[in-house]
Design a protein around this ligand. Structure first.
Ligand code: SF4
Ligand code: SF4
Length: 307
């Protein structure tokens, strides 16, 4: 057994209560407990090796819903990343694009768009303007976070260089919620927010009853204890419905970063729509804009378009 897994993730605390199954989109799709975090932790407790759990670990969408509801505090996402990292084919991350030295983080709010928002230049420009934020010319921070979630090991030199520059910012806004878990670890003293939370101050007035507000599950679940109050207040104030489960974790539909949208994502989005039957859909995550737009029979827009 890889020592990192035991030391980092507390999987030994898992009681097998299966609460995490109730929120897991992979469970909803497969009904195979071994494909879920519950199955992985119980199998590890019984002596399974990472290679035995490869298919299960690779199927995880990294939505964080299991971590948000686990009563035993199992660090489920670190567990899955550690399992991926323990697979023999995983190697140190190759260096990817770096922001040119001419880009300055110091003293600015920096919007980290990720590839989906970057591909929509008009929306990116609008959101950066609403947030009064600078946009770096490439996605080095979120690329690094995605590499770590994929089980690749960070080159310490690269990690040091990237975080030293970005640590000078006055705040970070991540359009890809999965990155927040890493940003808060790298920059504990820096305010790091998801795009939805950052925009709500300017845009919440445009929400109304009959709207389904699709929360960025990865951002919400990464800080559920705090955000649950903020989003409850939003629901009461505007009358919108929220894409949260009975366990009050956020339900994802979009695939994990680096995974192409598939029939599974569309089925999941249709299931969410079927539960709420909205008159309009408002999404936080740019990556879910196209997904819901392709399956909903009602208007779908990004939160920033309400400003
Ligand atoms: S992170 Fe999401 S997809 Fe992965 S095991 Fe947990 S609930 Fe399931
Ligand atoms: S919710 Fe936590 S304790 Fe319960 S099965 Fe899942 S990981 Fe184990």
């Amino acid at each position: 057994m890889d020592q990192d897994i035991t030391a980092v993730t507390g999987f030994g605390n898992c009681t097998g209560c299966a609460v995490c199954l109730l929120t897991c989109p992979v469970w909803r799709r497969t009904h195979d407990v071994l494909m879920t975090n519950c199955g992985r932790t119980r199998a590890l407790q019984a002596g399974a090796a990472p290679e035995d759990l490869e298919a299960s670990a690779e199927a995880c969408l990294f939505c964080g819903a299991c971590a948000a509801v686990c009563p035993s505090g199992v660090d489920t996402l670190s567990l899955t990343a550690a399992l991926r990292a323990a697979l023999p084919q995983k190697r140190m991350t190759a260096g990817r694009r770096r922001s040119p030295a001419s880009f300055t983080y110091a003293g600015r709010t920096v919007l980290l768009p990720g590839p989906d928002l970057r591909a929509d230049a008009l929306l990116l420009e609008k959101l950066a303007s609403l947030l009064d934020a600078a946009v770096p010319p490439c996605d080095e921070l979120s690329d690094l976070a995605a590499d770590l979630d994929a089980g690749l090991r960070a080159d310490p030199e690269r990690l040091r260089a990237v975080t030293a520059a970005a640590g000078e910012a006055s705040g970070l806004v991540a359009a890809e919620g999965f990155a927040l878990r890493h940003l808060r670890k790298w920059f504990p003293a820096l305010p790091s927010k998801g795009l939805g939370e950052a925009l709500l101050g300017r845009c919440r007035g445009g929400l109304r009853p009959g709207d389904l507000y699709v929360v960025d599950a990865r951002a919400f679940n990464s800080d559920r204890g705090r955000l649950i109050r903020l989003y409850d207040a939003l629901r009461q104030e505007t009358g919108c419905a929220l894409s949260t489960s009975l366990q009050r974790a956020a339900i994802p539909a979009g695939p994990a970063r680096g995974t192409p949208r598939s029939a599974d994502s569309e089925t999941q989005a249709r299931w969410v729509l079927g539960r709420f039957r909205p008159r309009r859909v408002v999404v936080e995550s740019p990556s879910e804009l196209g997904l819901y737009g392709s399956v909903a029979e009602v208007p779908v827009l990004h939160l920033g378009e309400l400003a």
